[in-house]
Design a protein. Structure first.
Length: 592
């Protein structure tokens, strides 16, 4: 990223500061070595007082259930993660239990340094709060935390897309649960002692009328310092003839001294009606909301978050932030042609300093008699060229993903190039492509814009009915592990441990200024061996599931990061220089 690009990322405000070295007294940084390496440290560190991560060394070899020489080992049986999913009470839309059997939030809710999980699983049993205790083992504590059941002491509402997000600005992660089939969307504040309290009443979200909320995303679209909410509402009935009215996709955060408060602003922000009423050239199925998976991301490279929406039936859309509280629908339907978009991943795969967009969709391998609404182009990769998307799927080689759902940009090998993980599956249509037994995809980048599918080689080519996915470093060893959610009736999840350890890394966590303590919207640019690597901190859904905000930079054989530029959401900037590899950095905002 050029100096010109860096300057353009600051918020136009009197608070804007020039970039400063990390030694400035306003900045605190904690360098925590995850794998003991002599000499690991950070040039110019000020030696602040922030609490370090609680690091437990990873196991020396994969636990029982590992998979030989493949890079990813299935460690589910030794992880403590074990559950099934199910909807007992039935739904108005009979497809929903097959589309969305479960969802997962990922984040360090107890602040012990490990990424924990919250999983919803229908109303067939309690929700699950898996506390990560180290060495890839999770302890289920939902009951003692007060979040096992949401309807009564022994009954659950039906939820989707949980998220760990700090909504009250106190520095710990609260819990958001979207509602299904008229069941309520709910909010729980983190009490800071391992328990949560229901604060849904009076939050504004208790007035939501949309029947289905499929995936959620959080970002500060109006740059007032707190995190707003965007939802996909696939399956919700809509009135196209008379106009949809308030579609309840975008909710502004108006929280204050009286607690957490959201206001529905889809119409005034000009998200509605176009998110519902845009022309659909492929099918005439217009009786319900098509939106699946939203993400706040800075697409045109100013500081105001734009909104990407993955939608079914050719309804994926791009909303550009007008910087005045409104959005413009900038979708080019000749380019955004994913057809049956479901999962979403946003990242700078080509290393040119802006955010590209991968959408998982459907590609049938057979075509005789294929239903029209399934005759699609498959996954799509949209390259960002100065704020305008170009479809580069075919040249990148990522179209063939079966019936795609959750997806992540992830550096499998820590070689510095962003790869793509994508899970998939669907019951039925066997004669058109074998979706029930279609293998998960792992698209590995060659560093020059092309990908090669290596799921089987990496140990990821399972044939479960995959839906959601979480890509995160669960064992704190500096590489990315993967949790897949699926519909197996013995255990509805698979946890893969990344066993590769021959490349270096740098792991970075930001602590933002309240109320955005997760620094959502911040950008980190790592200068590594003459090349810049961009990460933007997002809380956007992969599909009904969220990654944590920690970032991992793969370094390959390089032993240090030359510069690390932090561009905070409020315009402040800091620069860290000459950072040794193989450590985890916790960097505080200058005002902390």
């Amino acid at each position: 990223m050029s100096n010109k690009n860096i300057k353009s990322l600051g918020r136009p405000s009197s608070r804007r500061a020039s970039p400063i070295l990390i030694g400035n007294q306003l900045v605190r940084i904690v360098a925590t070595t995850i794998v003991a390496i002599s000499g690991a440290g950070c040039s110019g560190s000020s030696g602040g007082t922030s609490e370090p991560l609680n690091i437990v060394p990873p196991p020396p070899s994969p636990p029982p259930g590992g998979s030989g020489s493949a890079q990813f080992a299935d460690v589910t049986s030794a992880s403590g993660i074990n559950f099934t999913v199910g909807i007992l009470s039935g739904m108005a839309n009979p497809e929903i239990p097959f589309i969305l059997p479960s969802g997962a939030a990922a984040g360090d809710y107890d602040k012990d340094g490990y990424i924990d999980l919250f999983i919803v699983r229908g109303d067939s049993g309690p929700n699950l709060l898996y506390r990560n205790t180290g060495n890839l083992f999770f302890e289920e504590v939902a009951s003692s935390a007060g979040v096992a059941f949401t309807r009564s002491v022994s009954e659950n509402y039906r939820h989707s897309s949980p998220a760990f997000v700090d909504l009250d600005g106190d520095g710990d992660l609260d819990l958001f649960l979207a509602g299904l089939d008229g069941d309520p969307t709910m909010l729980y504040t983190n009490n800071g002692d391992g328990t949560f309290a229901d604060v849904t009443a009076g939050s504004g979200l208790d007035t939501m009328q949309a029947e289905f909320s499929m995936s959620s995303a959080f970002g500060d679209y109006d740059l007032d310092g707190d995190l707003d909410l965007m939802l996909g509402h696939w399956g919700t009935p809509r009135d196209y003839v008379g106009g949809p009215g308030d579609t309840e996709h975008l909710w502004r955060n108006d929280s204050g001294a009286n607690g957490i408060l959201f206001t529905s602003v889809s119409e005034e922000c000009r998200i509605a009606p176009s998110i519902i009423t845009n022309p659909d050239p492929l099918v005439s199925q217009r009786s319900f909301d098509h939106t699946f998976t939203p993400t706040f991301a800075r697409i045109d490279d100013d500081v105001y978050p734009d909104i990407l929406v993955v939608g079914d039936f050719n309804f994926s859309q791009v909303f550009i932030n007008n910087q005045d509280g409104t959005f413009s629908n900038a979708t080019d339907f000749d380019v955004v042609v994913d057809g049956n978009g479901m999962g979403s991943a946003v990242g700078d795969y080509d290393g040119d300093g802006d955010l590209d967009w991968f959408v998982s969709s459907i590609l049938a391998t057979g075509d005789a008699g294929m239903p029209t609404h399934l005759s699609r182009l498959g996954n799509r990769l949209y390259r960002n060229d100065d704020g305008v998307f170009a479809d580069v799927t075919d040249e990148a080689g990522v179209a063939s993903g079966g019936w795609g759902w959750g997806s992540c940009f992830v550096d499998f090998e820590n070689d510095g190039d962003l790869d793509i993980y994508q899970t998939n599956g669907w019951q039925g249509f066997e004669e058109y492509g074998g979706f029930p037994s279609d293998a998960t995809r792992a698209f590995v980048s060659n560093g020059a814009g092309k990908f090669e599918e290596k799921g089987e080689e990496l140990g990821l080519a399972d044939t479960e009915q995959g839906r959601g996915a979480v890509c995160a470093d669960f064992d704190n060893d500096g590489d990315t592990d993967i949790l897949q959610l699926h519909m197996n009736d013995t255990n509805a999840a698979t946890l893969w441990m990344n066993t590769r350890d021959d490349n270096n890394y740098l792991s970075v966590e930001l602590r933002g200024a309240p109320p955005n303590t997760q620094a959502v919207g911040a950008r980190i640019v790592a200068g590594i061996a003459g090349k810049d690597h961009l990460r933007e901190l997002t809380l956007g859904s992969n599909f009904a599931s969220h990654n944590p905000t920690r970032q991992i930079f793969g370094l390959g054989s390089v032993s240090q990061v030359d510069t690390l530029t932090i561009e905070w959401p409020d315009g402040e900037q800091i620069i860290v220089q000459a950072i040794a590899a193989n450590q985890h950095l916790i960097i505080d905002h200058p005002d902390l």
